[in-house]
Design a protein around this ligand. Structure first.
Ligand SMILES: Nc1ncnc2c1ncn2[C@@H]1O[C@H](COP(=O)(O)OP(=O)(O)OP(=O)(O)O)[C@@H](O)[C@H]1O
Ligand SMILES: [Mg+2]
Length: 253
């Protein structure tokens, strides 16, 4: 008999249904989309629902919005981010991409000590960019960029660093069976599903968010482009950003 899969529910009805119950526990899922498609809102909702509905601890690593900005975004949807943080259910780490400090050590320490069931990295794109600029070292003190450049001069350096960062994240997250969302900017040309062009292959799943604005009407859709270890809906799901957050609309396209 097949082993039953443990699920991490998003708490967003319609999406959990489309995922046959939720993300398979421990999956690393890329949330891919253009500017303003709702990536951060979706990820924050995933962490908020995890804590408030399912009692699961969530770690939010942000390179985009600092703590105050995250509070502001949460309050728009009446989500009690600060309260859940004070109750020890949510931990926020702001990683300043301009200084290149605190990654991966602060993150690894938080994962080991806080023991989250859910993690968000918003955004993977900025994290990788800042690692490329700051010359991140591996755990033995070797510069990842230098290692990558010796292996493969310049053009593919970012892809090698991306893969290295993802695999080192993988190692930690898989060991602790943590379900993780990582946001990435999807290029307009549609040639790749992520800014770096490799993370969609490494990740267990890819969720693609689209936004089309025509006149005064806006239209948002979500597609489960890839999800290892589970069957899932193949059709596109229409969604809206409502006063209570992201909601899937019944009508599928
Ligand atoms: N209260 C709200 N009601 C409806 N829509 C909202 C509300 N607040 C924000 N939005 C919509 O959500 C969009 C921003 O969502 P979000 O910041 O999650 O997107 P993102 O994909 O993370 O963007 P970025 O690429 O800038 O990081 C806004 O552009 C707006 O269209
Ligand atoms: Mg964002």
């Amino acid at each position: 008999m097949a082993e039953e899969i443990i699920r991490t529910k998003t708490g967003i009805q319609g999406l959990d249904k489309a995922l046959n119950g939720g993300f398979p526990n421990g999956n690393m899922v890329l949330v891919s989309g253009g500017a303003g498609t709702g990536k951060s809102t979706f990820c924050l909702q995933f962490i908020i629902n995890g804590a408030s509905v399912f009692g699961e601890k969530g770690l939010y690593l942000s390179t985009e919005q600092n703590r105050e900005e995250l509070y502001k975004q949460a309050s728009v949807f009446n989500w009690k981010l600060q309260e859940l943080e004070q109750r020890g259910l949510i931990k926020i780490i702001y990683y300043d991409p301009t200084t290149g400090e605190g990654f991966p050590q602060t993150f690894n320490d938080a994962v080991e000590q806080f023991k989250p069931k859910r993690i968000v990295v918003d955004s993977l794109t900025t994290l990788i960019d800042s690692l490329l600029i700051s010359g991140i070292s591996d755990d033995k003190g070797f510069s990842l960029v230098q290692i990558a450049e010796t292996v493969n001069p310049i053009p593919r350096t970012d892809q090698i660093v991306t893969k290295h960062v993802l695999y080192s994240l993988f190692k930690v997250l898989k060991a602790f069976k943590i379900t993780t969302l990582l946001t990435t900017e999807m290029p307009e040309d549609g040639k790749t599903l992520s800014a770096d062009g490799v993370s969609e292959f490494v990740a267990d799943g890819v969720l693609v968010l689209h936004y089309v604005g025509v006149g005064s009407v806006d239209f948002r859709s979500m597609a489960i482009r890839k999800m290892r270890y589970t069957d899932h809906a193949k059709s596109t799901l229409a969604y809206a950003i409502e006063p209570s957050g992201i909601a899937i609309k019944e009508s599928e396209i």
